[in-house]
Design a protein around this ligand. Structure first.
Ligand SMILES: NC(=O)c1ccc[n+]([C@@H]2O[C@H](COP(=O)([O-])OP(=O)(O)OC[C@H]3O[C@@H](n4cnc5c(N)ncnc54)[C@H](O)[C@@H]3O)[C@@H](O)[C@H]2O)c1
Length: 271
């Protein structure tokens, strides 16, 4: 797959990873449609790269349908839908302690948004025999994020959805990828400036992450692992599940000793 001349929609493109992906795809020659809840942020990034900005709440199916219809009318057929928007709210106490509202929000942003995007673009892609669906999951979707059960569970569901799409539509010319990065220096992890993470092992800048994702998309890789060590952790988990669970329990205990229960999602600053 070559980005030149391809029309790509990216959700959650107002900042962080989505904005970095928009910059990277634009630099590789794509026509970029940036969508986000935040009107001002998404307009600023679009202005910077010469893309088009759209306000869209990915949890509302009509918003996604309107987004797709507008992009088709203004920029042409959609070649790539990058469903990137995500949220991370943590949990106050035990593994089921996040509120029902948090669980529902994670389900809607991390799973249903991808379903809505697929419904909106897939029929035209199948008719053309060409198209690319990509979803931003997380290493939490193939391993687990200590301290955020709703995030981990719904990111696992996103990986399952991407697998089903690849199995069902891979022979119809539809390319499918799922990206499962570990830590990236964005506001989601409390970074206003990616430079604050310089030197922290295992934490990528959004720019480096985007280059790795774009390279993997050009190679049409299904499982995109921008942190190569995640592949090793997945292999260990698959072949030694009990040991993997034990090592995650030990890691959690060490982090709680160091940071306390309330700061589990800041573990990337400590590991
Ligand atoms: N930062 C990390 O360490 C990391 C690691 C693995 C995966 N991810 C995933 O990468 C994606 C991007 O994360 P990020 O770090 O850039 O986060 P971020 O919080 O910096 O940016 C998320 C963007 O998504 C937008 N958004 C949130 N809900 C939305 C909605 N309902 N509709 C439209 N837009 C919405 C926000 O306005 C924001 O612009 C997420 O799916 C996240 O789960 C992040």
């Amino acid at each position: 797959m070559n980005f030149t001349g391809k029309t790509v929609i990216i959700t959650g493109a107002g900042r962080g990873i989505g904005a970095a992906l928009a910059r990277e795809f634009s630099a590789r020659g794509a026509i970029v449609a940036l969508a986000d809840l935040d009107k001002d942020e998404v307009r600023a990034v679009a202005l910077e790269i010469g893309g088009s900005a759209y306000v869209c709440d990915v949890t509302i199916e009509q918003d996604i349908q309107r987004l797709v219809a507008r992009v088709q009318a203004e920029l042409g057929e959609i070649d790539i839908f990058f469903s990137n928007a995500g949220i991370c709210r943590g949990e106050p106490d035990h593994a089921a302690s996040a509120t029902n509202a948090t669980w529902q929000a994670c389900w809607e942003v991390h799973v249903m948004a991808h379903v809505y995007a697929t419904r909106a673009v897939l029929p035209a892609m199948i008719a053309r025999g060409d198209g690319y669906l990509i979803q931003m999951a997380s290493a939490a979707g193939v391993l687990n994020q200590i301290g955020d059960t709703a995030y981990s569970t719904t990111k696992h569901a996103a990986v399952g959805l991407a697998e089903a799409l690849a199995i069902t539509h891979g022979n119809q010319g539809i390319k499918v990828s799922v990206a499962c990065p570990q830590y990236v220096a964005t506001e989601m992890l409390g970074y206003d400036d990616p430079a604050q993470a310089n030197g922290l092992p295992g934490v990528l800048s959004p720019q480096d992450l985007s280059q790795r994702v774009a390279d993997a998309m050009e190679a049409e890789t299904f499982m995109i692992l921008p942190h190569p060590e995640v592949a090793e952790y997945m292999e260990f988990k698959a072949s030694h599940y009990e040991k993997w669970l034990g090592s995650m329990r030990n890691l959690r205990a060490k982090i709680i000793t160091k940071l306390g229960n309330t700061k589990l999602t800041e573990m990337h600053k400590w590991i």
